[in-house]
Design a protein around this ligand. Structure first.
Ligand SMILES: C[S@@+](CC[C@H](N)C(=O)[O-])C[C@H]1O[C@@H](n2cnc3c(N)ncnc32)[C@H](O)[C@@H]1O
Length: 327
C-alpha cells in the first residue's frame, strides 16, 4: 500500500523561509556554495561545518527540506512495523529535520530532544519549531552536546541522520554504539551514495551483532545480497520553494533526495512479522504486468513480475513504489 502523503513539509518550508529572510541573498548564496563544496567531500569534518549563522541558514534552506523528506519516508516505513515511541532523541540533529519528521509520523510522541555540537544550528532549529503544527514539536528541546559525550538519556526512538560522514571511522563506530545503548528503536540515515551505503552496512552489522531485530529496509538479517558495485538506496521527492530553486540554481519544482538507511529494534520490541520483499528500484509498469527489482525475505535479490492475472495483487502492484514492500 502506498504511504500517505506527509503534510508537515509545507509548514517546514514556510518556517525556513521566515527564519532565513533576514539573511541577505548574497550571504546565503555564498554560504550555500561553501556547504555544497564541503559536503561533496566525505572527509571527516575536523572543525564543525555549521560554524556560522549564515551557513546554518544555508543548510536549512538548501539541505533540510531534503533530509526531512528522507527521514519522513524512513520513519513512515518504521511506523508501519507498529512501533509507537513516546520519546525521541536525535543525535547530531542540527536544525531538527528528524524532529519534524517524527512529530508527524508518530502521534504517540510526548518528548523530542535534539542534540548537536553546533549552537547556531540548535538556535535556528528552535526558531523553526516556534511555528510548528504540533505541541510536541514546539516544545522540543535543542541542547548542545558532542558525539562521545551525549547525556545519558535513553529514548524509545534514537535517530542519527546524515552525521556519520562527518566523523572518522572510530567516531562513527562509537556514535552507532552510543545510539544503540540509548535507544529501543534506532534509525540511521545516510546519503544514498556508495559510501553512504557502506556506512549503513557497518551500522547494520552492529545492530545484528547485538541480536537486535532489523526493522528495515532489509526483509532478512542475512548478508546483503546486492552485487558488487550496486548499493541499496531509496528516493524521496522534495518540492522546492521559489527560494530553494533560486539557491540551488535549478528550474525544476522538485528534486529527488537519495538516501540509504537501516533501522533496528531491541529484541521483543515488535512482534514477529511476515515480511515481503523490499522494492529496490522504480518499478517498471508495463501493459498487463509490473516488473520489480526486490530484496527478498530469503536473503536473495532479483526480479519479480506481478501480472494482471493476479487480480488484487496486480492492482496493488500498480500503486507500489520504490522503497515499498512488494505487494
Ligand atoms: C549534515 S548535518 C545533519 C543534520 C540533521 N541530522 C539532518 O538530518 O538534517 C550533520 C550534523 O551533525 C552534527 N555533528 C557533526 N559532528 C558532530 C559531533 N562530533 N558531535 C555532535 N554533533 C556533530 C553537525 O553539527 C550537524 O548538525
Amino acid at each position: 500500500m502506498p504511504l500517505p502523503p506527509p503534510t508537515y513539509a509545507a509548514a517546514l518550508r514556510e518556517a525556513i523561509a521566515d527564519v532565513t529572510r533576514g539573511v541577505g541573498p548574497a550571504a546565503l548564496a555564498s554560504a550555500t556554495e561553501a556547504l555544497i563544496g564541503r559536503y561533496r567531500s566525505v572527509a571527516p569534518a575536523g572543525p564543525p561545518i555549521l560554524d556560522s549563522a549564515d551557513k546554518v541558514a544555508a543548510y536549512a534552506a538548501y539541505r533540510m527540506p531534503a533530509t526531512h523528506a528522507a527521514l519522513t519516508r524512513v520513519l513512515q516505513t518504521v511506523a508501519a512495523t507498529g512501533v509507537e515511541p513516546v520519546s525521541h532523541l536525535d543525535l547530531g540533529g542540527g536544525t531538527g529535520a528528524a524532529a519534524w519528521a517524527s512529530a508527524e509520523v508518530f502521534p504517540s510522541l510526548r518528548q523530542i530532544t535534539v542534540l548537536d555540537q553546533a549552537v547556531e544550528a540548535l538556535r535556528l532549529g528552535e526558531r523553526l519549531v516556534g511555528s510548528a503544527p504540533v505541541e510536541v514539536l514546539r516544545e522540543a528541546s535543542f541542547t548542545r552536546a558532542a558525539a562521545g559525550a551525549w547525556p545519558h538519556e535513553a529514548a524509545d526512538l534514537v535517530t542519527v541522520s546524515y552525521v556519520l560522514s562527518e566523523l572518522d571511522v572510530p567516531q562513527q563506530e562509537r556514535l552507532v554504539a552510543d545510539a544503540l545503548a540509548l535507544g529501543t528503536v534506532v534509525v540511521i540515515v545516510e546519503p544514498g551514495t556508495p559510501d553512504g551505503y557502506e556506512r549503513i552496512l557497518h551500522a547494520r552489522t552492529a545492530i545484528r551483532d547485538l541480536g537486535w531485530q532489523l526493522l528495515g529496509p532489509c526483509p532478512h538479517a542475512g548478508a546483503c545480497p546486492l552485487a558488487p558495485g550496486d548499493w541499496c538506496h531509496f528516493s524521496a521527492r522534495v518540492n522546492r520553494s521559489a527560494e530553494h530553486r533560486r539557491i540551488k540554481g535549478g528550474e525544476l519544482s522538485y528534486e529527488d533526495e537519495k538516501f540509504s538507511w537501516v533501522a533496528g529494534a531491541r529484541p521483543g520490541t515488535v512482534g514477529t512479522r511476515r515480511t515481503s520483499g523490499r522494492i529496490l528500484r522504480h518499478p517498471l509498469k508495463r501493459k498487463g504486468f509490473v516488473e520489480f527489482q526486490v530484496c527478498r525475505p530469503d536473503g536473495t535479490a532479483g526480479r519479480e513480475v506481478i501480472s494482471k492475472k493476479q487480480g488484487q495483487r496486480y492492482r496493488d502492484a500498480r500503486d507500489a513504489e520504490w522503497g515499498d514492500v512488494l505487494p
